[in-house]
Write a protein that binds this ligand. Structure first.
Ligand code: ZN
Length: 675
């Protein structure tokens, strides 16, 4: 959506009203811990919470991935929206009147905001209309269907706002458009009516003679509908089309009522159909959601993972062919997460090909819970699927299965998992012959190692299980490549080590400046006295921003860290790229906190380190030039380069004494190489 520039007053007022804990807790489950709130970071996948929200500072920070900022930045990053869109949305939520810089745009703006609002309104009203119709004479048949065939209680029918779309082509149309005076175009945008193709103008109802199931977003607002045919009409299930409000790939049915149960049970169950989810909720198993008929998307999985600490998801799809394919597609979507152990995925197929709804008509909820407990992990499930109706005694079948198994094993990056499945697959292939199992396991491992070797020659940066790394010997070709590129490599590694050290040293210096007012004078004087500059551009950028902010706001050097950081964050909101690189400096973790305490030592050693790296670069250049110069023909120049080299050498050793005091234990990167 195109948004005109917002008036600074509006931005300021929104900032005042939209409390960060309130904003974030709508999207992440937060728990109070000490002065802060913690939760699972929505920006990276993690098992234990390292995402913190500080209410006093109105800031969030993730110790896992370094994401951090204020409420605006959180929504911008999470929902991939622009600054203005986020402010507008919050303005609406917190009822702040919106002013824009260009007054002529105001009307257009209001119109855009109100479009979504009106669509919510129409959808909610439609849900009520269908609910009402279910209680009329015309609703007798659908009500009987829900109560006897689906065996749903009055309470469940009301909880899910189930309803009935009456027969007739214009029932909803005449209610919304003629009676309630909503523009037909708007009702069409809500996906509820369809323009007539032939026979002139007008619209007809999309849903006719169907049991209606409202689909709600996580905040409980109706955004679309699923309609179940009563007779033999096709399709059996008809869904709302994608609209401004309804995005199938991002929505999970019943998540609004399931989210609390998911975090309580620390586990989410995903079923295929609306009535499976409803039946589970009715049976007291409320941590169930339905995937709206499409394959489960990565986006949907990430939503679920937000609510479960141990990342447990159980797919309970139908055991028929379509259900198996849907499970396989879902696994394909989230395979990478699963292989890395970032989601604990299980697949439940109910015996006799039943779905959850059918199962619960015969069996108790406890029996369903028992099935959940014993559901196989997804890799085991895949092995089972591979072996269905296969005769391993046939040589070609045996070979095919072995190939598939090796492919599966080569994808596992977790050591424990790999060991477990090597053994398990060997048992399967040996058909229980114990003497063969050990041999087969070794054989499988060798083939997996072989495959890894091939992959590695294409991409050296792969992370592999220790089990493979230990055994994998570089191939001849690989060794040859390494030898010829050794020279280049040492140059690269100097640059890499230097960069890592600079990142640490400069970062620490900036952190001391930000967090210790009493040492600011010290840092400044040392930098000026030694004529040192920040070498990394993002650090240089932050340093200039600090100096600018101090001048602009006439700050004293003693200004409180939180106040200085707040001012910086405000001025940095326009530079998201730089902000990403430096925002971790605004927060102290355990290590940096320790360093701040011994600031004087750190200032000395970090400056020495920065200077040393610059000196090393100069020494390198001198050495290069000396080597290139022919001493016989150009004796003077050669001598000068040599002396330069020696002088730098001496200076580097002197600096080494200064920084060695404590810098070694401050950094985790080993100082290696011979410069
Ligand atoms: Zn994170």
């Amino acid at each position: 959506m195109q948004v005109p520039r917002l008036h600074p007053e509006t931005i300021e007022e929104v900032k005042q009203r939209a409390d960060i804990v309130d904003v974030i807790s709508g999207r992440v489950v937060l728990r109070k811990r000490g002065k802060e709130f913690v939760g699972l970071c929505p920006f990276h996948d993690e098992k234990s919470p390292s995402f913190t929200v500080n209410q006093a500072k109105q800031m969030y920070y993730c110790f896992g991935c370094g994401a951090g900022g204020n409420a605006f930045k959180f929504l911008m990053e999470l929902e991939k929206r622009s600054f203005s869109e986020v402010v507008l949305d919050l303005a609406k939520t917190y009822q702040v009147q919106v002013k824009t810089v260009e007054p002529e745009h105001r009307q257009e703006l209001q119109r855009q905001i109100s479009l979504r609002e009106q669509l919510y309104e129409i959808s909610a009203l439609t849900a009520k209309f269908y609910e009402h119709a279910l209680r009329q004479t015309q609703g007798q048949e659908p009500l009987a269907y829900l109560k006897s065939e689906r065996q749903l209680s009055e309470e469940t029918i009301q909880q899910f706002q189930l309803g009935y779309a009456p027969q007739g082509w214009e029932t909803l149309y005449s209610y919304l458009v003629e009676q309630k005076h909503y523009p037909a175009q708007l009702v069409e945008q809500a996906g509820l009516i369809v323009p007539r193709k032939s026979g002139g103008s007008g619209y007809y109802d999309r849903f006719r003679n169907r049991v209606m199931i409202p689909i709600r977003d996580t905040q409980g607002r109706v955004i679309g509908f699923g309609g179940r045919a009563l007779g033999d009409e096709q399709p059996k299930y008809l869904n709302s089309p994608e609209t401004e409000l309804f995005d199938k790939g991002k929505t999970l049915f019943a998540l609004d009522t399931a989210k609390i149960a998911i975090s309580k049970a620390d586990q989410a169950v995903v079923v295929e159909g609306y009535f499976d989810a409803i039946a589970l909720h009715a049976a007291g198993i409320a941590n169930a959601v339905a995937s709206l008929g499409t394959a489960l998307s990565l986006n949907q999985v990430r939503q679920l993972l937000r609510y479960t600490d141990s990342k447990q998801i159980i797919l309970n799809f139908d055991a028929d062919k379509a259900g198996t394919q849907a499970a396989e597609r879902a696994i394909g979507e989230i395979e990478k997460l699963a292989y890395q152990g970032e989601v604990q995925l299980r697949v439940l197929n109910i015996p006799d090909g039943k779905d959850a709804d059918e199962f619960l008509k015969t069996y108790s909820p406890e029996q369903y819970l028992e099935l959940l407990k014993t559901a196989p992990l997804w890799l085991d499930w895949q092995l089972q699927q591979m072996l269905i109706n296969q005769d391993l005694k046939q040589a070609d079948t045996y070979q095919q299965i072995t190939k598939k198994i090796i492919k599966l094993l080569t994808n596992i990056t977790d050591d424990n998992q790999l060991t477990h499945y090597l053994q398990k697959c060997a048992e399967i292939l040996s058909k229980g012959d114990y003497r063969l199992t050990k041999m087969l396991a070794d054989n499988l491992l060798n083939q997996v190692i072989n495959d890894w070797g091939k992959r590695l020659s294409q991409d050296e940066s792969l992370t592999m299980p220790l089990l493979i790394r230990k055994k994998l010997k570089p191939s001849k070709q690989y060794r040859k490549q390494t030898a010829t590129s050794e020279n280049n490599r040492s140059k690269e590694s100097f640059a890499a080590v230097a960069r890592t050290l600079l990142e640490e040293a400069e970062g620490q210096l900036l952190q001391i400046y930000l967090h210790c007012p009493e040492y600011r004078q010290d840092v400044r004087e040392s930098i000026e006295a030694r004529e040192v500059q920040f070498s990394l551009s993002h650090h240089r950028f932050l340093w200039h921003q600090i100096l600018n902010a101090e001048i602009l706001h006439k700050m004293s050097l003693q200004i409180a860290p939180s106040e200085l950081i707040l001012k910086l964050q405000d001025s940095l909101i326009e530079y998201p790229n730089q902000l990403n690189q430096i925002s971790h400096l605004f927060h102290l973790n355990e290590l940096s906190e320790k360093n701040v305490y011994r600031a004087p030592l750190v200032i000395r050693s970090t400056l020495a380190c920065i200077e040393q790296i610059i000196s090393m670069k100069r020494r390198r250049i001198a050495l290069n030039m000396w080597e290139k110069t022919d001493a016989a023909s150009n004796c003077e120049a050669a001598l000068e380069y040599h002396q330069q080299f020696l002088a730098e050498q001496e200076w580097i050793e002197e600096l080494e004494r200064l920084r060695q005091v404590n810098f070694y234990d401050l950094i985790s990167v080993p100082w290696s190489g011979n410069f």
